[in-house]
Design a binder for this molecule. Structure first.
Ligand code: G6P
Ligand code: ZN
Length: 547
């Protein structure tokens, strides 16, 4: 049993993206690939925190292929780098929001999350690793950049050759001097949920015959949903479907939207559909909410939870503010206005909410990409959103559709859709965005189809708390009636580029709230095509995914 120092050389391309370092499994399996990055993390932590001795780190992942191998490597390297203690989810499993919860609850220095979120898994799928800070949230760019810089000059990493500990049995073990506590992945998280929501009301709801399906998408959300919904809240067995985490997510794309969660959507469209449907993604931080024959957009979901926050004990004291990412619809803005609280507009990426949450300026946050959350942790949280909805349904005694339509009647409806052009050639995607940037200056005041352009810009953000800046965060064309088209390139893909076109139109008149979404947005869709020459630039006549 000894600590080895292994010579290595830098490997190009280890700069973390929107949510950590994500690559194909095969890339991570290259000799020294994971090791170099992890040593970069430990070196950065040692420099920033004045050493790792006595410090606690949390470790876990979404159970995808390579999770267990990576856990073994990271434990051996943490021990060799002098980490005091690691809290490890049993079997190497922890959902992303659970890692955030455990870091905060146990006062850890931070945590390492092994996940590529909603990207497919398996030997040919994706793997990922990211570092979260003591507040439970993703490391800011200053830290991820320092980690990256370290990987460009690395010459050695440290690793223990001690025998592996049993990661499937709860309890304490030791690697070198480092204590490893294998913890129940669900317990701390479940306790936190119980403190926020009215579990008695939800229990009564299920006891009264309310029916639900939760699609775990064969990912890490399943065990959490089973323990809380079926275990603590009395939902009948079978409420959670696809509830066993599989290394390849059963070959499915574990991203909860109406396209990927087709099984759930099909179920919810039947005449005998359950009252409520929900799904979460690979690492259980995203959520999708579905009513009987009725999908809820993530933007509406955030607005509705904000407007009804007082139903949940954890939010009874009121909200300090709401935060949404720029491409998310402006439905939450109207709620904030009615509540007399601020609504912050941030760049895409949960990390931008962290400073607002830490400073107590925002309580609820959300993104169009099926992410919703609050100040209870520093990640978005899939099951949290589902429990919030259950709490709301229990208190209101109304259906999902009734709740949404009543919300529209009160606040107006923001018709909203996202068109994705996946796997297009990177160069073509950049040309499209560069062309748009050049056009921006001339768009103001132009008449386009039924609309007049109020302003057009490339979104820039200055964090109101720490003054940090982000530029080039998405091109937006905003019409005089508040309708918008936003163009962005995805920051999370691993192959080629994905163009996202976000479309939004506000309709105050309740008699006009029942058009099919694509029809309601048709004029904006036509403008997006003509302004950006999408077909010519990408070679695609239609988006690959419409949500
Ligand atoms: C991750 C982040 C989200 C973000 C999303 C954007 O899921 O955690 O905060 O909204 O990526 O993905 P995109 O592919 O649009 O860059
Ligand atoms: Zn995720």
């Amino acid at each position: 049993m000894a600590i080895q120092t292994i010579n290595t050389t830098p490997i190009a391309g280890q700069r973390p993206g929107t949510s950590g370092l994500r690559k194909k499994v095969g890339v991570f399996q290259q000799p020294n690939y994971l090791e170099n990055f992890v040593q970069g993390v430990f070196d950065t932590l040692a420099a920033n925190e004045g050493g790792l001795a006595g410090q606690t780190l949390v470790l876990g992942g979404d159970g995808r292929y390579h999770n267990r191998a990576a856990v073994r490597t990271i434990l051996a390297m943490a021990a060799a780098n002098g980490v005091g203690r690691v809290l490890l989810g049993r079997g190497g499993i922890l959902s992303t929001p659970a890692v955030s919860c455990v870091i905060r609850k146990h006062g850890a220095l931070g945590g390492i999350i092994l996940s590529a979120s909603h990207n497919p898994g398996g030997p040919d799928g994706d793997f990922g690793i990211k570092y979260n800070m003591a507040n439970g949230g993703p490391a800011p760019e200053s830290v991820t950049e320092a980690i990256y810089q370290r990987t460009t000059t690395i010459t050695q990493y440290r690793i223990s050759d001690a025998a592996d500990i049993d990661i499937d049995r709860l309890g304490s073990g030791q690697v070198e001097q480092m204590v490893v506590e294998v913890i129940d992945p669900v317990a701390d998280y479940a306790q936190l949920m119980e403190s926020l929501f009215d579990f008695d009301a939800i229990r009564k709801l299920f006891a009264g015959g309310f029916t639900m399906r939760y699609d775990g998408m064969s990912a890490v959300g399943g065990p959490y949903a089973k323990a809380i919904l079926e275990g603590m809240l009395g939902a009948p067995a079978g409420t959670v479907i696809n509830g066993e985490p599989l290394e390849d997510f059963g070959g499915h794309h574990p991203d909860p939207n109406p396209v990927n969660a087709a099984q759930l959507i099909e179920l919810m469209a039947r005449d005998d559909a359950p009252d409520f449907g929900a799904a979460s993604d690979g690492d259980a931080d995203r959520n999708m909410i579905v009513g009987r024959k009725f999908d809820v957009t993530p933007s509406d979901s955030l607005a509705i939870l904000a407007a009804n926050a007082q139903v949940a004990p954890g939010y009874r004291a009121g909200l300090a503010g709401i935060a949404r990412s720029m491409p998310t619809s402006r439905a939450p803005d109207r709620v904030a206005e009615a509540l007399g609280i601020p609504c912050f507009e941030t760049p895409t990426g949960w990390k931008y909410f962290g400073s607002l949450l830490d400073a107590g300026q925002a309580t609820l946050c959300g993104e169009e990409s099926y992410g919703t959350g609050s100040n209870h942790v520093r990640e978005k949280d899939g099951l949290w959103a589902v429990l919030f909805w259950l709490n709301l349904l229990a208190v209101k005694g109304r259906s999902v559709q009734q709740i949404v339509e009543e919300h529209w009647q009160r606040f107006g409806r923001n018709y909203y859709s996202r068109h994705d052009y996946e796997g297009i050639e990177s160069h073509a995607a950049n040309v499209l965005m560069d062309d748009l940037r050049i056009k921006l200056a001339n768009l103001k005041g132009q008449q386009l189809n039924l609309y007049t352009v109020d302003y057009a810009d490339d979104f820039e953000y200055t964090d109101p708390v720490d003054g940090s800046q982000a530029t080039k965060q998405g091109i937006r064309i905003v019409m005089t009636d508040g309708s918008r088209i936003v163009f962005r390139l995805s920051g999370t893909g691993t192959e080629g580029a994905t163009l996202r076109v976000y479309l939004e139109r506000y309709e105050p008149d309740p008699s006009l709230h029942h058009s099919p979404t694509q029809q309601a947005l048709a004029a904006l869709i036509a403008i997006a095509e003509s302004v950006a020459n999408i077909t010519a630039n990408t070679g695609r006549a239609a988006p690959s995914v419409v949500t």
